[in-house]
Design a protein around this ligand. Structure first.
Ligand code: GTP
Ligand code: SPV
Ligand code: MN
Length: 587
């Protein structure tokens, strides 16, 4: 029996049941015993593999279909009623046409299967800012992952009561046919439909679909913002805690920055770092005129490769229990997991991400480059005491960043809010394995939201401008790049924990405690103002890292002109002016 009397919800579930025709319907209650039964059932069908209970208690391995390992941006649609409202950076289809197409795919697709109904909350249940969703799915992996990534079950239904105000999410695995895969959003109907995929970002509908694409549209209407941002707290030796957010494109370092461990010198001096969120921030203006950030998620869906005891011990610790690993290596000696760079030595007796024997002499990667872990946030040793504070945390600085071998300096500060919005709007970054397609090509990814903005990007930029005007004390805006390379293609900046050295400069700039050099694109540090003690770098190298190559920046500006050209009348005048100023300075 349904654990709710909500007439709107019951009517919709009835409709979906008639459409997909499952053998059974199961409401997810949030009780541990029900989840445990589902884990057992997942193992019996092979959807999940139980890992070594002593070494990895409560942990499971899942392998997605080989053709289904990343987000599919080419098959992701914003089906607003008017095409113009989706804008030039989103795929669009007329909602009626898309519903017809998706219903024809969903029709009978759950025959012989169980349909799970997952009530979930993005944000703590009962928070005035939380958004409730109901995800209907035929995947146990989705149920178990949603139970880690969000708050699920009857308590969410209680919070919803009889209200019609929830996001409808329908997910049908169907035949996992890549040609019939659609990740579709209907912002005006508060509805998401995802078919023919089983991969995280395409099917955990609370995450990118609700908390970014649908929520960005709601935020535009309601006066707040949903952003692809980490949220980090930094405590200095005097005990002051300041918070920053960082928007970097997929697989460009948010999880790593959000959990960083300070370099030894900083640790000894008393610096501490607290993780509030690693992927999504909902931002609102507080009564104090500052920007406040909440992480609507309850777990991490993090990139596995590269995570190790040196690069990100906190992420590794987060995966030590009650975690689901997707598309990593299985070590057959002790039934644990492995991925590239976890340890120096690879396991010799192992299965690769596809579940095939991984020969010791193989030159192939064992884990998929976009293999991931789904881990409860409360496992993180540095989780912030404010993680569940419904008000969120006040933000001192917003940091944009990307993966650039050249051009972008280690760090620079924008001149003011509007210039900062410009800096975010022209972000460029090399593509990664987080989405299907070529890896390593530079593309414009404004505010790291190119794949996640649920409405016209021109309106989105205007919304940023408008939010800035409403704040009496807005965050300062910066841009970072940890990924500049030398002539051998090696990263020059050590990155990871050492990124705190750059954050320290950023915080000092926020409080006018350090000078800077004004250059064409904003303010860069004086090389001696970044603390390099304990690194192999000297101030000359740092000077190189913050140097501006005018020729490269002229090329960059030309690329921005081309990109901005797509937005026509919707490009805010302010951004046009900022680009003209940049052109002028680069002359
Ligand atoms: P999504 O979950 O896809 O949104 O990605 P994310 O931004 O959270 O990326 P994540 O922190 O997982 O980092 C992705 C990759 O970048 C990993 O392979 C990291 O090892 C690498 N990386 C992260 N931070 C740094 C850094 O400071 N320097 C270098 N060189 N690599 C880094
Ligand atoms: C990203 O690609 O930015 C992710 C992973 O955080 S996914 O949830 O698949 O979108
Ligand atoms: Mn992400």
């Amino acid at each position: 029996m349904a654990p709710t009397k909500n007439p709107h919800l019951l009517a919709w579930i009835d409709e979906v049941t008639k459409l997909t025709k499952p053998d059974e319907v199961m409401w997810i209650t949030g009780e541990e015993s029900q989840l445990e039964d589902l884990r057992k059932e997942g193992c019996s069908t092979g959807e999940m593999i139980k890992l070594n209970e002593e070494k990895l208690p409560g942990c499971y391995l899942h392998r997605s279909d080989r053709q289904d390992v990343a987000r599919v941006e080419g098959r992701t649609f914003i089906c607003s009623r008017k095409e113009e409202d989706a804008g030039p950076t989103n795929n669009w289809m007329d909602p009626k046409e898309m519903y017809d197409l998706l219903y024809s795919i969903a029709d009978g697709s759950m025959k012989g299967r169980t349909m799970y109904v997952i009530p979930f909350s993005m944000g703590t249940v009962d928070s005035p800012f939380a958004k409730i969703g109901i995800e209907v799915t035929d995947s146990i992996y989705v149920v178990l992952s949603m139970a880690i990534m969000t708050r699920v079950g009857n308590k969410v239904l209680e919070a919803l009561g009889d209200s019609p105000d929830y996001t409808k999410g329908l997910h049908c695995k169907d035949k996992l046919d890549p040609e019939k895969r659609y990740i579709s959003h209907f912002p005006e109907d508060n509805t998401i439909i995802s078919v023919n995929s089983g991969y995280g970002g395409n099917v955990l509908l609370g995450k990118k679909c609700l908390a970014l694409r649908i929520a960005s549209h709601l935020g535009h209407q309601e006066g707040w913002m949903a952003e692809h941002m980490l949220i980090l707290g930094i405590e200095d030796p005097e005990g002051n805690v300041r918070y920053v957010t960082g928007a970097f494109p997929s697989a460009c370092g948010k999880t790593n920055l959000a959990m960083l461990i300070p370099p030894e010198k900083y640790r000894k001096a008393g610096w501490k770092v607290y993780c509030v969120g690693d992927d999504i921030a909902w931002l609102r203006i507080g009564e104090d005129g500052r920007l406040w950030a909440v992480n609507p998620e309850n777990g991490f869906f993090g990139v596995a490769p590269g995570t190790n005891n040196k690069s990100n011990p906190n992420a590794l610790a987060s995966t030590s229990k009650n975690t689901i690993f997707t598309n990593v290596v299985r070590n057959l000696d002790d039934n644990t997991v492995w991925w590239e760079k976890m340890t120096d030595e690879r396991p010799m007796n192992a299965e690769d991400w596809k579940g095939e024997i991984w020969p010791p002499e193989s030159t192939e990667k064992g884990a998929h480059p976009n293999s991931r872990f789904t881990a409860p946030a409360k496992n993180c040793p540095c989780i912030s005491s404010e993680f569940e504070n419904p008000k969120g945390v006040p933000i001192s600085a917003i940091i944009f960043g990307g993966r650039r071998a050249k051009t972008a300096p280690l760090v620079y500060q924008s001149r003011d809010w509007d210039h900062g919005v410009f800096v975010g709007s022209v972000m460029g970054s090399e593509t990664t394995a987080a989405a299907t397609g070529e890896v390593g090509v530079v593309r414009r990814d404004p505010m790291a939201m190119l794949p996640f903005c649920g409405y016209h990007m021109g309106d989105y930029w205007q919304h940023w401008m408008d939010m800035g005007k409403k704040m009496s004390n807005p965050p300062k805006i910066f841009n970072v790049n940890w990924f500049r390379t030398d002539e051998n293609g090696d990263f020059i900046w050590p990155g990871f924990g050492d990124n705190l050295r750059v954050l320290e400069w950023i915080l000092k700039r926020c409080e006018d405690k350090v000078d800077a050099d004004e250059v064409e694109i904003g303010y860069v540090p004086k090389p001696e103002d970044i603390d390099l003690e304990g690194t192999d770098l000297d101030t000359d190298t740092l000077a190189g890292l913050v140097a501006i190559d005018k020729d490269l920046w002229r090329e960059e500006a030309a690329g921005v002109h081309e990109f901005y050209g797509k937005f026509g009348d919707k490009l805010p005048d302010k951004l046009k002016e900022e680009l003209a100023t940049l052109d002028e300075k680069l002359k």
